[in-house]
Design a protein around this ligand. Structure first.
Ligand code: THU
Length: 130
């Protein structure tokens, strides 16, 4: 899928966000090693802490469909600034997609690429449980 189409999917996902408490809408597009696309948006609960981020929604959708290898995840919000993934999402991404590239986008079209390993140095991983 072309970058332009991915950007469109990202914006569509964000616009579908269920974010009635914060008003902060986030969209994510996860790209698998085979080039399949899984979208996600944040889903907020009236019991605020049960809210789930866009990134984990996209990842859990993909995992539940049997996907196990991931290449890139795009993230956008409805604010002008980049929306870097929260700590919880960084950890879950590290568990399932340690080599993934995170691509931050703004509505105006700015873009920043960062390897997940740079966003979560000295990560806790399953190897530590051995
Ligand atoms: N949120 C995400 O979906 N992804 C992030 O990377 C940061 C935060 C959501 C959670 C909540 O619904 C809202 O943004 C405000 O924190």
């Amino acid at each position: 899928m072309e970058e332009k189409e991915i950007f469109q999917k990202l914006v569509e996902a964000r616009d579908s966000a269920i974010a009635e408490y914060s008003g902060f809408k986030v969209g994510a597009v996860l790209v698998t090693a085979q080039g399949e696309i899984y979208t996600g948006h944040n889903i907020e609960s009236s019991s605020y802490s049960l809210t789930i981020c866009a990134e984990r929604v996209a990842l859990f959708k993909a995992l539940s469909e049997g996907e196990r290898e991931f290449k890139k995840i795009y993230i956008i919000s409805n604010k002008e600034e980049f929306c870097p993934p929260c700590g919880a999402c960084r950890q879950v991404l590290m568990d399932f997609a340690p080599d993934i590239t995170v691509i931050l986008q703004t509505p105006a079209g700015q873009r920043k690429e960062i390897p997940l390993k740079e966003l979560l140095p000295l990560a806790f991983t399953k190897n530590k449980l051995k």
